[in-house]
Design a protein around this ligand. Structure first.
Ligand code: ATP
Length: 458
């Protein structure tokens, strides 16, 4: 694991350069809510575009949809979220801090308490004499479940009938559209349906910057296959997702795939694995979960809706409820992993220090910064900017010394700086300066667009 920099240092860098802003800042903020700034919104968009391209468009199997955030509340009865989507919380009676019981026990003892009841967790807290992580005392309330779904009302009357929930995952919007997709596509099993969208969880202990937030974006794929082939597809999607992360340029030493132990699995799951990253604030943090969910979800929706959610094999005419493999990932987690892995500080030959983010060029918010050497050359340089902007996001910077402009672009992760100088007027070339190697080369202006396009491919 290569943990060179503190999390605080990376977070303050992201805030300083406008990757992320404090949410509702002028009102003193809202706890654990963050806004993505000028650069951060590009990084998020690039991550989402790449997922959509690689997982949906380039796959021979998958299609995409975009379902509503608010859904009929029966959805959450069927999915089990109304009954079971809760974490147990405990309060310290001394200092009044609140904790997720499972996290507190796991941190204190290393024991996994997946599937344990609140009463069983109370017993473990007693047995191990666990103390409050804040004040060090041992005086807790009993553990009690807390539903993580945000509740609101639809329409003008706030009564039990008008209760709706903000979705805690995007997956259910896919399951309820299973028949619609079958009817309107020419897909045959195996096939997957994916979507990107906001999810909301009233987390008891959000934190670690954007790692655990109450409002986040998920990219989920529900991949339907014939029962009996599910474990093969489960392995297939673990590999695909891991490859995606490697292709983002993440260092392999900071990654691992963790298969859940039997006792950690949901009762319906035949296998679940997480791709984890060695974030600076913890040993390993979940980034991407891949689960074999069998036919649980479709069967639940069949039972609660009365609709048949089945597939008829065109060859055998046999009808069955497909099994489902689900790779599910949060955009904010991929974002945080990318920036933690990319952040670096280097001492240059002249003794100066530079901060550089070695982001994969496909992820970098700004692909190229066009820098006229002096303001007098701005009109010529602008022409290049206008031409390149047709294809990718560029910045134009004519202020300060060239050295300062390079430093700023290193710090925000721009892979190329393009300098238009007096020689450019005669030789129709510009100097392209590479972020990582700092090598500079002359490139013909007429070839510049292709030159950069080639080098920012995923
Ligand atoms: P955890 O155990 O960390 O609470 P989970 O196992 O409940 O997560 P899933 O329900 O499997 O998470 O969600 C799938 C993915 O969505 C996670 O791998 C993660 O990338 C993302 N995710 C889940 N909860 C949050 C959150 N509160 N903030 C940001 N991303 C999240």
């Amino acid at each position: 694991m290569s943990k060179k920099y503190s999390f605080d240092e990376i977070v303050s860098h992201l805030k300083n350069y406008g990757y992320v802003y404090q949410g509702s800042e002028i009102y003193g903020g809202l706890s654990n809510s963050w806004d993505f700034g000028i650069l951060g919104s590009y990084l998020k968009k690039n991550i989402k575009d790449l997922w959509w391209k690689e997982i949906i468009e380039k796959s021979p199997y998958n299609v995409g949809i975009d379902s509503a955030i608010l859904m009929n509340s029966k959805t959450w009865e069927a999915s089990g979220h109304l009954k079971g989507f809760s974490d147990s919380m405990v309060d310290c009676k001394e200092c009044k801090s609140r904790f997720r019981a499972d996290q507190m026990i796991e941190n204190a003892t290393g024991l996994s308490v997946e599937g344990k009841t609140p009463e069983e967790m109370d017993a473990i807290i007693e047995e191990h004499n666990i103390v409050c992580p804040k004040c060090g005392k041992h005086n807790f309330t009993n553990a009690r479940p807390f539903n993580l779904m945000f509740k609101t009302f639809i329409g003008t009357i706030e009564d039990a009938k008008s209760v709706v929930y903000l979705r805690p995952e995007t997956a259910q919007g896919i399951f309820v559209n299973f028949n619609n997709v079958l009817r309107t596509s020419r897909k045959k099993i195996p096939f997957g349906i994916g979507q990107i969208g906001k999810s909301f969880r009233n987390e008891i202990t959000p934190g670690n910057f954007i790692f655990r937030v109450r409002e986040f974006e998920q990219m989920e794929l529900e991949f339907f296959c014939e029962p009996g082939t599910d474990l093969e597809w489960y392995e297939y999607w673990i590999k695909k997702c891991y490859d995606f992360v490697l292709r983002m340029g993440i260092k392999e030493e900071n990654l691992r795939i963790r298969a859940h132990a039997k006792e950690e699995l949901s009762f319906y799951s035949k296998g679940t694995s997480d791709i984890e990253y060695a974030f600076p604030f913890t040993t390993w943090g979940e980034v991407w979960g891949i689960a074999d969910r069998t036919d649980y979800d479709l069967k639940q929706h069949m039972e609660y809706s009365g609709e048949k959610l089945v597939y008829r094999d065109p060859q055998t005419n046999e009808t069955y409820v497909p099994y489902c493999v689900e790779p599910s990932v949060g955009v904010e987690r991929l974002f945080l992993m990318a920036v933690c892995d990319a952040y670096d500080k280097e001492t240059l030959d002249n003794g100066e220090e530079r901060i550089v983010m070695h982001l994969h060029p496909a992820l970098a918010p700004v692909k190229a910064c066009i820098c006229p050497l002096v303001k007098k050359l701005s009109d010529n340089a602008r022409e290049i900017f206008n031409d390149l902007t047709d294809e990718f996001h560029c910045e134009f910077d004519e202020a300060g010394t060239i050295g300062k402009r390079y430093r700023r672009n290193d710090a925000i992760g721009t892979p190329f700086c393009i300098t238009y100088d007096f020689d450019s007027l005669n030789d129709n070339c510009v100097t392209v300066r590479h972020r990582d190697s700092m090598v500079q080369e002359r490139v013909e202006i007429s070839k510049l667009k292709d030159y950069i396009k080639e080098r920012i491919q995923f």
